[in-house]
Design a protein around this ligand. Structure first.
Ligand SMILES: [Zn+2]
Length: 392
């Protein structure tokens, strides 16, 4: 009605935040205390509907203690400040693993509901693992950035944080499609930024090595020039390299990843590659339809307010996501890869726009987490049906 005087419509609020969110340059994680402190957090546990990092790992440790061989935690690297990068492999120990899926969350410091999703899904998957399908979960890709947000919450500070401790945006720190032929780049340069060089940070190096442990295979993938002139990738190139990433795989070896999913917030989209090119995902002929089928199955599992499937580069006609993790995992290694922007923001009232944590994380995450976990179950099922032999 007429009560919205002085405020844009909710959709405009979200669009404003989304443009800042998507378009933040690689160094936009640098603290900015331009906005007032909110002062409404309790000092012991602000945002008590969310787990702090120690609590995330405590909950998983408790679950892992229940039975042997279901949840195996391991450290796959260290952050720039030396924090452990932790992953958890979840499977039914009674069956040999023939498929592995990688789920990562919280690459952006303020995006906490993805960690809640990853944690909840890990626990459910541990209770009901699909025989032969191993789920590897990285609940916190960016522990340094997250630690800063935790400190901010405890201190009642309201700072915009996105990157790691060097303020590098880990979501723009990958090899594939680092530049763009789009003419819009000249008009909106802030939307076309990347880090200074690919895998410039220990966090992205560690994820890259998790995707492809074999150094020679990684080198071969990088020797290929991607996207600098807008040409398509060579057909099945990524698949060939992906199979070489685990040279010891086989009957007793570790199986290569056959699907990858990076959880972000916010936006309400199930994105597939390419992020950095308008053209459809084409490592293998027909992948566009396969991606669409998987994303639609995930959408269907969510019920009301389901997220919408879309190619990431087609978020807006002017937008390209350069050097992003899904183009990397798919383009370098042929791994079918998705990026989900969970929730449609945590903004419930105009004043929320002044609190950065609220942009990304609803006050009451439970119903969002439930829907997201349902979506993730559909991902596990659908990638197995659509890519039955994995990325191989
Ligand atoms: Zn994000």
């Amino acid at each position: 009605m007429s009560t919205h005087v002085g405020w844009p419509a909710p959709g405009a609020l979200i669009l404003t935040a989304a443009l800042v969110h998507l378009g933040s340059p690689a160094h936009a994680g640098a603290p900015s205390d331009a906005l007032a402190q909110t002062g409404r957090f309790s000092p012991d546990h602000p945002e008590s509907a969310y787990h702090f990092a120690d609590e995330v790992f405590g909950v998983i440790a408790d679950a892992a203690a229940v039975g042997p061989g279901v949840i195996d935690g391991f450290t796959f690297g260290r952050s720039l400040e030396g924090r452990e990068l932790r992953a958890f492999a979840v499977r039914d120990p009674a069956f040999p693993v023939f498929r592995r899926l990688l789920l990562i969350a919280n690459i952006h410091a303020l995006e906490w509901i993805p960690t809640e999703d990853a944690l909840a899904f890990l626990l459910e998957y541990a209770a009901h693992p699909v025989p032969g399908v191993e789920l590897v979960v990285v609940p916190i890709v960016n522990p340094d950035g997250r630690a800063r947000v935790e400190a901010d919450l405890r201190a009642g500070r309201n700072l915009y944080r996105r990157g790691n401790s060097a303020y590098v945006d880990l979501n723009r720190d990958w090899f594939v499609h680092r530049d763009s032929p789009a003419i819009w780049k000249a008009l909106l340069p802030g939307l076309y930024t990347t880090s200074a060089s690919p895998t410039s940070q220990p966090e992205t190096v560690a994820i890259d090595q998790l995707l492809c442990p074999d150094a020679d295979a990684r080198s071969r993938a990088r020797a290929q020039t991607y996207g600098s002139d807008g040409r398509p990738l060579p057909a099945v190139y990524g698949l060939a390299v992906g199979a070489e990433c685990y040279p010891g795989s086989g009957e007793y070896g570790i199986v290569p990843f056959s699907a990858f999913l990076s959880l972000h917030s916010f936006g309400g989209f199930i994105y597939y590659p390419w992020a950095g090119r308008w053209r459809r995902p084409d490592v293998v002929e027909g992948d566009w339809r396969r991606y669409q089928a998987v994303a639609e199955a995930m959408q269907a599992a969510m019920g009301a307010h389901a997220y919408r499937p879309r190619q990431l580069a087609r978020w807006g006609f002017f937008f390209r996501g350069l050097g992003m993790e899904i183009d990397h995992a798919y383009g370098q290694y042929g791994i079918p890869s998705l990026l989900v922007e969970t929730t449609r923001s945590g903004l419930e009232r105009p004043a929320d726009l002044a609190t950065y944590f609220r942009w990304y994380n609803p006050r009451t995450p439970d119903r969002h987490v439930r829907a997201d976990v349902d979506m993730l179950w559909a991902w596990v099922t659908a990638v197995g049906e659509v890519w039955p032999t994995g990325g191989q």
